[in-house]
Design a protein around this ligand. Structure first.
Ligand code: MRU
Length: 346
């Protein structure tokens, strides 16, 4: 990709500020865990895989910053950083998965000298980043087998390079298919309320030479009825073992529409997005965000004062509407049965 979403450099982390896009390409610099927490919570960085990677580096950064050589103090601070960062956003499992990996390093190495533990934590964060890059690439290659030359694809939110440390998930599949010479027409939902579709997906698709057509979220049904959509391709924030999918609000209604119009509905996500501890989507915590996102459009207020707002930012698509889940370990089709569970061992 022509940009990096995250860079770690000698005690600071550079993050591409996604709240500034598409108008400005700028980076924010984080030098401590509070800054990382804020960047995740306020969505300067967002997208399930990227949140995990950033949180892992947040832990490594906290470790680097501790000057106290007392092991007990050091360990206590790092465990508490892990707990602190896990409170930044609730839905994407990748956050908890990455923090758990960091916690395991701490558990395993806690008898070793402080300098060594610091090194191990940084190595693990780098490993998580590399693995994400590779998972994106491999799932993109696999997923592109589902894409035909001339396909017309609807995407929702941003499941692209901006949401990962690599080439993206749903958009990665599109990029790979394009690189194999397939001509594609992409429709991008604007994705209210935070407009990840128009601000981020359209921005990155344009940079990669695809010329998406931006639509208001409510246009999707009309396009499907007119047979203008051949496939729907989305990412995921958490996948339950039965194949239920949590993704950006509005994904569920696309899946229902796809079912009605007999259009394949594909979900692309790395295995790190599967929650191996839950059997159904009803167990997924759904984040609710501030009313400001709904009552304002850009800098303009678009609702009367005193209005009550309900702003859940993810929904759960039942497995019965999912045509396939594209992962780096293979394409999983329904009935999902035990197939997702088995990916843990592969
Ligand atoms: O609230 P966001 O922007 O973090 O939500 C992101 C999504 O819903 C993405 O579709 C999902 O994280 C997959 S990203 C590869």
């Amino acid at each position: 990709m022509k940009f990096k979403t995250i860079c770690f450099d000698k005690g600071k982390i550079k993050l591409l500020d996604q709240n500034a896009l598409p108008l400005k390409l700028k980076y924010i610099i984080c030098r401590n865990k509070n800054c990382i927490f804020k960047a995740i919570k306020e969505m300067n960085v967002r997208g399930a895989p990227l949140i995990g990677v950033v949180a892992a580096f947040g832990v490594a950064l906290s470790a680097v910053k501790i000057k106290n050589k007392n092991k007990k103090v050091f360990l206590k601070k790092i465990y508490s950083s892990i707990n602190f960062l896990s409170g930044s956003r609730p839905t994407a499992i990748n956050l908890f998965w990455a923090l758990e990996r960091m916690r395991k390093i701490l558990d395993k190495e806690k008898e070793k000298p402080v300098f060594y533990i610091k090194k191990c934590l940084l190595c693990e964060a780098k490993k998580i980043l590399k693995e994400d890059e590779l998972a994106c690439r491999n799932l993109s290659i696999k997923g592109s087998s589902l894409i035909k030359n001339g396909d017309s694809i609807l995407v929702h939110c941003n499941a692209g390079a901006l949401a990962t440390a690599g080439m993206g998930t749903a958009l990665g599949v599109i990029y790979y298919a394009k690189s194999r010479g397939k001509k594609l027409k992409i429709y991008a939902d604007e994705t209210r309320p935070k407009l990840q579709g128009s601000r981020l997906t359209c921005w990155e698709l344009q940079r990669e030479g695809l010329n998406p057509i931006l639509i208001c979220d409510s246009v999707a049904a009309t396009l499907m009825k007119k047979k203008k959509i051949g496939k729907i391709l989305v990412g995921a924030d958490r996948i339950a073992l039965n194949g239920d999918i949590a993704n950006k609000i509005g994904t569920y209604h696309l899946a229902v529409l796809a079912h009605q119009h007999k259009i394949p509905f594909y979900v692309a996500a790395p295995v790190s997005t599967i929650d191996f501890d839950i059997n159904s989507g009803s167990q997924i915590p759904i984040e609710e965000r501030n009313e400001d996102e709904v009552i304002n459009f850009g800098n303009n207020r678009v609702a009367p004062r005193g209005i009550k707002v309900y702003n859940p930012v993810f929904d759960v698509t039942p497995a019965k509407f999912v045509s396939a889940i594209i992962t780096e370990k293979g394409i999983i089709r329904p009935p999902f049965g035990n197939k997702l569970k088995k990916l843990k061992q592969r």
